[in-house]
Design a protein around this ligand. Structure first.
Ligand code: IMP
Length: 187
């Protein structure tokens, strides 16, 4: 378990991901080029680590980078519905623009919890940049803060996906593509 042979189908290849990340970074860079005060890119650990590393290297404006850790999934494929921030930011975001970088928005619980958290810390805007978005499974509506915008890489069909940072039972995060596991891997 944990290898490429466990994958039933690839949804996005490494090349497709790289192309889309470049487009997103260009769009965000155009939107934030003239922005002041500073911009803090906040990655949601662990799932966003590869996406964040790739996208910040293509952003053409000054950014600070920090991470938060949120626990909402156990080792299964269903959200617990009650996210908990288990490791908070180091950077003070008061009066700053925040771009929250997520691997995937599913029910919206994690995002809604994090947006309120950042708003409570005094961020002047909160944008969200999610690599994948699964709108079919949305349960919680979230409002961005200030002039914040929502950016997404791809709309994801209603499958549990792994790779490019995303895991099942803490495995498969290092796959360079996004795929669906063979059904027997969930047993
Ligand atoms: P939400 O709170 O239900 O929106 O879930 C958000 C978090 O659940 C994401 O940041 C992921 O870590 C995890 N998650 C949701 N769907 C998937 C998936 O298909 N594969 C892997 N992780 C997922």
């Amino acid at each position: 378990m944990g290898s490429e042979s466990d994958i039933e189908r690839i949804l996005w290849t490494e090349e497709e991901i790289s192309g889309r990340v470049g487009e997103l970074a260009a769009e965000i860079s155009a939107d934030f080029r003239e922005v002041s005060p500073p911009v803090v890119v906040v990655g949601v650990a662990t799932g966003a680590f590869l996406f964040l590393a790739d996208i910040v290297r293509k952003m053409t404006f000054p950014v600070s980078v920090d991470f938060v850790r949120v626990e909402s999934y156990g080792s299964g494929t269903e959200s617990s519905g009650r996210p908990r921030i288990s490791c908070d930011l180091k950077i003070d975001v008061k009066g700053k623009h925040v771009i929250l970088v997520e691997d995937i928005v599913d029910t919206g619980n994690t995002l809604s919890c994090l947006i309120s958290h950042l708003e409570g810390k005094g961020a002047c805007s909160v944008s969200v940049c999610s690599f994948l978005d699964k709108p079919a499974r949305r349960k919680v509506h979230f409002e961005l803060v200030g002039e914040g915008k929502f950016y997404r890489g791809f709309e994801c069909p209603d499958y549990f996906v792994v790779g490019y940072g995303m895991d099942y039972a803490e495995l498969y995060r290092n796959l360079p593509y996004v795929g669906v596991l063979k059904p027997e891997m969930y047993e």
